[in-house]
Design a protein around this ligand. Structure first.
Ligand code: ZN
Length: 132
């Protein structure tokens, strides 16, 4: 379903299966983060090490097994692993030899978070149909 209105955008991420990477920034008109959905086939990894100028990254492993390299450390990751990397962290990720690796990477400006959840959320006086 594709839909957008003043305060939301709905899209799909189906094609990540054929391209290996789908970035949501433009698709969802994101203003505070970049989010990518990634699928590395078994035995395939990113073929460069990178860091960032000001953005930290969170990797959320959704399925499969693989390895991360961060600042010379190498360690296994698997479904359920969550990894935060500081901007200057030198990182790389690969799927395992016998397992694909599906993950979300969220990139946000380090130290930009001012408040969240109950400090930022406000209750509104409207009701969706399933609560009536
Ligand atoms: Zn990055």
């Amino acid at each position: 379903m594709e839909k957008s209105a003043a305060n939301y955008t709905v899209s799909t991420c189906d094609e990540v299966n054929s391209t290996g990477r789908l970035t949501l920034n433009a698709r969802l008109s994101l203003t505070g983060s970049e989010i990518s959905i990634n699928e590395l086939p078994a035995g395939i990894g990113v073929d460069f090490v990178h860091s960032h100028k000001q953005n930290e990254e969170v990797y959320i492993i959704l399925a499969g097994e693989g390895y991360m390299f961060i600042d010379g450390d190498e360690f296994p990751v698997r479904e359920g692993s969550v990894i935060r990397v500081a901007p200057e962290g030198q990182r790389c990720i690969t799927a395992g030899k016998d397992s694909s690796l599906r993950f979300i990477c969220i990139q946000t400006q380090s130290n930009s978070l001012q408040q969240f959840t109950m400090d930022d959320g406000m209750l509104n006086d409207v009701t969706p149909s399933w609560l009536k």
